[in-house]
Design a binder for this molecule. Structure first.
Ligand code: UD1
Ligand code: CA
Length: 452
C-alpha cells in the first residue's frame, strides 16, 4: 500500500460547546470525536497521524498522547487558520513522501470509503482532492466552484463569496487530500490577505489551478460530514450515527420492532436473528449472539449475551456480565462481573455481582450476592444445577456446591457442600390459638379506654 499520512485539525477552542470538556473529547456513539478521526485515518492505512492541538488543550494532548504517543502531537500557537494549522505538521512530516489527508477533529462520521475515493483522485492525477457535499443550508461553508466537466476551480469561503457563488450548494467538508510535497508547496504560497486575516487551507485549490494542475472533488451525504460546534450539532451527529447503526444492524438480520427507540454504542455487535424489543440502551463493549432476545427497557454495557439467551424486560447488564447459551435473566436483575453457565436462570429481582454461576443453576427472586464489605470485593460461586431459594443473601466469599439447595430467606456465610440443603434463617415456631386470644385481649383494652 502507498504511503499515507493524516493531519487532524483540533486546535479550535470549541467555546460554543460551553463545556469544561474540550469539544473533540465529547463522545458520539460512545466514542470521543477525536477517536473517530484517528480511527478513520487508521482504517485507510495512514501510518503517520498528526493531531494539531492548541497549547491550552492539555486534555486533548494527553488523550492523543495516550492513543498515539507524543510524536503525534503538533502545537499551533497562535491559531492563524486551517492552512497554518496543517503547516505545523510540516517538520514532523519532512521525511514523509506520500499521500496526505487533512481531517477535522470535530467531523466524526466520515466513512473510510469516502477517504479512499479521495486518495484515488490524488493517485489518478489530481493535485488536490476535496470532499464535498450538497448542503441543505450552505450557510457559512466554503463553496466548491466547479467547471462544466466537474473539475474543481476554487474553494471560496462564504465571507469572500459573490452572490452568485453563495448560491452554490456544493460545499467543502474540510477534508482535503494531496501528495504531501504538493500540499506543503502550495501551503507555503498561501497568504492571509482575506477578510478573516487567516491562512486558509482552501486556498491551495486556486493556487494549484493557477499553476495548471487539476483538482477534483468526491462527494458524500451531508449526514456523513456533520461538523460539531454546539450541543445541538452534537445531538444531530448522535442522531445521524444512531440512524446509520440501526439501519446497518437491521440489514444484518436483526429484528427491532421500534428501532428508533434502541440506542447503540459505536462498538455494539449484534449477531443475526437477535430480537431487540423497544427502549433498549447499549453502552460500550456489548456483544449479543445469534437467537438471543433483548427485551424492553434493558440497559447493557460490557456484556456478552450468549446464543438463544433472553434478557429483560428491565434488566441491567454491567461490565463483565457473560451469559452463555440459553441463559434467562428476567425483570429487575442486575448482573456485574459474573459468568452464567448454559441454561442458568435468574428470573426476577436479583443482584449478581462478582460471581460464577454454573450451568442450569436457578437463582430465586430477591437473591443478593453480598460482594462488598465497604473495602474489598469478593467472589460468589454457585455450582451447576444449584437452586438458590428466594430472598437469599450469599455473603461472599462463598461457594454453593453443585446441585445444592439454599432455603428461601437464608443468609449464607459458609460454603455449602454439593447436593446439600443449607438453611440460614430463624426457625419457624407456632402457638395454637394465640391470635384469637390476642384479639380478644386487645379489643377489651380498647373498649375500656373509650369508656374512660
Ligand atoms: C472550514 C473551511 C470551509 C469548510 C468548513 C467545513 C477553511 C478556510 N474553511 O471553515 O471551507 O466549508 O471548514 O466545516 O478551511 N482549526 C485549527 N486551527 C486554526 C483554525 C481552525 O486547528 O487556526 C481547526 C478547527 O478546530 C476545526 C477545523 O480546523 O476543527 C476547521 O476550522 P473552522 O474554523 O471551523 O473552519 P470554518 O471556518 O468552519
Ligand atoms: Ca467549522
Amino acid at each position: 500500500m502507498a504511503n499515507r499520512a493524516a493531519v487532524i485539525l483540533a486546535a479550535g477552542q470549541g467555546t460554543r460547546m460551553r463545556s469544561a470538556l474540550p469539544k473533540v473529547l465529547h463522545p458520539v456513539g460512545g466514542r470521543p470525536m477525536i477517536d473517530w478521526s484517528i480511527a478513520l485515518a487508521q482504517s485507510v492505512g495512514c501510518e503517520r497521524i498528526l493531531v494539531v492541538c492548541s497549547p491550552a488543550g492539555e486534555a486533548v494532548q494527553a488523550h492523543v498522547a495516550n492513543l498515539l504517543g507524543t510524536d503525534a502531537i503538533t502545537i499551533q500557537d497562535p491559531p492563524l487558520g486551517t492552512g497554518h494549522a496543517v503547516l505545523t505538521a510540516k517538520n514532523a512530516l519532512s521525511d514523509f513522501d506520500g499521500e496526505l489527508v487533512v481531517l477535522c477533529g470535530d467531523v466524526p462520521l466520515i466513512q473510510s470509503e469516502t477517504v479512499e475515493a479521495l486518495f484515488a483522485e490524488v493517485c489518478n492525477g489530481a493535485a488536490v482532492g476535496v470532499l464535498g457535499f450538497e448542503a441543505a443550508d450552505p450557510g457559512a461553508y466554503g463553496r466548491l466552484i466547479t467547471d462544466a466537466e466537474g473539475n474543481l476551480d476554487a474553494i471560496v469561503e462564504a465571507k469572500e463569496a459573490s452572490p452568485e457563488q453563495l448560491a452554490v450548494s456544493f460545499c467543502n467538508s474540510g477534508v482535503i487530500a494531496a501528495r504531501s510535497k504538493t500540499m506543503f508547496d502550495l501551503l507555503s504560497q498561501v497568504s492571509n490577505d482575506n477578510i478573516k486575516g487567516e491562512y486558509y487551507l482552501t486556498d491551495i485549490v486556486g493556487l494549484a489551478r493557477a499553476a495548471g494542475s487539476p483538482c477534483r472533488t468526491v462527494s458524500c451525504d451531508e449526514a456523513d460530514v456533520i461538523g460539531i460546534n454546539t450541543r445541538i450539532q452534537l445531538a444531530e451527529a448522535e442522531a445521524a450515527f444512531q440512524a446509520k447503526k440501526r439501519a446497518a444492524i437491521l440489514a444484518s438480520g436483526v429484528t427491532m420492532t421500534a428501532p428508533e427507540t434502541v440506542f447503540f454504542n459505536h462498538d455494539t455487535e449484534i449477531e443475526n436473528d437477535v430480537t431487540i424489543e423497544p427502549n433498549v440502551v447499549f453502552g460500550p463493549g456489548v456483544t449479543v449472539r445469534s437467537g438471543a432476545r433483548i427485551r424492553a427497557f434493558s440497559h447493557l454495557e460490557g456484556a456478552d449475551v450468549g446464543p438463544d439467551s433472553s434478557v429483560g424486560p428491565f434488566v441491567r447488564l454491567r461490565p463483565g456480565a457473560v451469559l452463555e447459551a440459553n441463559v434467562k435473566i428476567g425483570n429487575f436483575v442486575e448482573v456485574k462481573n459474573t459468568r452464567m453457565g448454559e441454561g442458568a436462570q435468574a428470573s426476577h429481582l436479583a443482584y449478581l455481582g462478582d460471581g460464577e454461576i454454573g450451568a442450569g443453576a436457578n437463582i430465586g427472586a430477591g437473591t443478593i450476592f453480598c460482594n462488598y464489605d465497604g473495602f474489598l470485593k469478593y467472589k460468589t460461586t454457585v455450582g451447576k444445577g444449584a437452586f438458590i431459594g428466594s430472598n437469599s443473601a450469599l455473603v461472599a466469599p462463598v461457594t454453593i456446591g453443585d446441585g445444592a439447595f439454599v432455603g428461601s430467606g437464608s443468609v449464607i456465610t459458609k460454603d455449602v457442600e454439593p447436593n446439600a440443603l443449607a438453611v440460614g434463617r430463624g426457625r419457624q415456631m407456632q402457638k395454637a390459638g394465640w391470635a384469637t386470644a390476642f384479639r380478644d385481649k386487645m379489643a377489651a383494652v380498647k373498649a375500656a379506654r373509650k369508656k374512660g
